[in-house]
Design a protein around this ligand. Structure first.
Ligand SMILES: Nc1ncnc2c1ncn2[C@@H]1O[C@H](COP(=O)(O)OP(=O)(O)O)[C@@H](O)[C@H]1O
Ligand SMILES: CCCC(=O)OP(=O)(O)O
Length: 355
């Protein structure tokens, strides 16, 4: 039996699990409010906070780290790489600490995994990080020579859910064209062509639909004016796009459940904003259908907000003309991380080397 600790830091949560082989014996999701998270300047500043949460939860539940055979963390903003399981090494730790492609909570996954594993002399890994890059050349062209579009998205969960769907319908992921919308603290919508994500809007940095805490794409001329208005520093502008953008900017919460409650209590403004997010997700799904030339075998909706049936129905009514919509609420990330770690520790696969 192989026991693994799984660590999944997201923008609005820290998810932890312990797996004995493929069986999850313990899972916990700790949600973080905007107030809690915004007291930290940089993602790396959250290291102690997130690590302590994990260590305390394990202690409270009488799970000794000495019993672990390895630790697997969600991979962050490294250099663009192909999918797979990578052993955490010094080069990776350096890139995660500085945030090679930017700042996101997932940068802490590999770092915390490494530190916990080091204490017990075991190995640590990351699987399918947010920088998995399978984009077609044509999708990289932005419209301005100095700027290239980047693949930054919920690669781990999008691929895990796409595979789960393929299994369910008795097909292979590599034979299908799928559109997968992940609705979490960040939102990403990927065009999966026969097992490769050939186009996806950068979920972190001002592309695609807005999300609970991000602005998504904005009218670029107005954004430039705001940058030069003299009212905001570079850091404040960055924070406006990521962290304090999206639903936070309109409603001062990153919690979609709270928004749903406000709507139930008759808040029409909250309803407009929440509706607008569904509208933008539906538009992005339409774009992906064009990328796939209309040959779409399924539209899959996943992530925390996919638990909200009303929200997913708003998306479905706009995109069901393309093809059937299937909702997979929550995420398969913890299991996907465990499976990636197990494949390597059992010798079924060699860990890839991050350079
Ligand atoms: N049952 C639910 N109904 C509606 N929204 C939910 C539900 N559970 C979680 N959410 C929302 O999902 C978002 C977080 O998505 P999730 O994928 O869990 O996290 P993260 O992006 O932090 O990894 C939050 O806005 C949260 O309020
Ligand atoms: C960096 C892209 C992945 C992402 O947005 O994750 P969260 O929804 O967990 O913030």
């Amino acid at each position: 039996m192989t026991r693994l600790l799984i660590i999944n830091p997201g923008s609005t949560s820290t998810k932890i699990a312990v797996f004995d082989d493929e069986k999850s014996i313990f899972e916990e999701t700790l949600r973080h409010s905007v107030q809690e998270i915004s007291s930290f300047n940089k993602i790396y500043d959250q290291y102690e906070f997130r690590k302590n949460i994990i260590v305390n939860v394990l202690e409270k539940n009488n799970i000794s780290i000495e019993t672990l055979d390895g630790v697997v963390g969600r991979g962050g903003l490294l250099k663009p790489i192909e999918g797979g399981t990578y052993e955490v090494n010094d080069t990776m730790l350096e890139d995660l600490k500085v945030g090679y492609l930017g700042e996101h909570a997932s940068n802490l996954g590999g770092i915390i995994a490494y530190e916990i594993a080091k204490e017990i002399g075991k190995k640590s890994f990351i699987v399918d990080p947010v920088v998995v890059d399978e984009m077609e050349e044509v999708a990289r062209v932005s419209g301005l020579k100095e700027i290239e579009r980047k693949s930054i998205f919920h690669a781990l969960n999008q691929k895990a859910v796409a595979r789960r769907h393929a299994n369910k319908i008795g097909r292979k992921y590599e034979e299908l064209n799928l559109i997968v919308a992940h609705l979490g603290g960040g939102v990403s919508v990927g065009a999966h062509e026969k097992g490769r994500v050939i186009d996806v809007a950068n979920a972190l940095d001002g592309e695609g639909p807005f999300s609970p805490e991000r602005s998504g794409s904005l009218p670029v001329g107005d954004l430039v004016k705001l940058c030069y208005s003299g009212k905001y520093s570079l850091d404040e502008m960055k924070k406006m796009i990521k962290g304090n953008g999206g639903i936070v900017s309109y409603l001062n919460t990153n919690d979609a459940r709270e928004v749903g409650q406000r709507i139930k209590n008759g808040d029409k403004y909250a309803e407009l904003i929440y509706n607008a997010m569904a509208y933008q997700v539906a538009k992005e799904i339409g774009s992906c259908a064009a990328v796939l030339k209309g040959k779409v075998d399924g539209i899959l909706i996943t992530g925390g907000i996919a638990y909200d049936k009303e929200f997913t129905s708003w998306i479905e009514e706009r995109v069901k003309f393309i093809c059937d919509v299937t909702v997979y609420p929550g995420e398969d990330e913890l299991m996907a991380l465990a499976e990636g770690g197990l494949r390597v520790l059992r010798g079924e696969e060699e860990a890839k080397l991050y350079k």
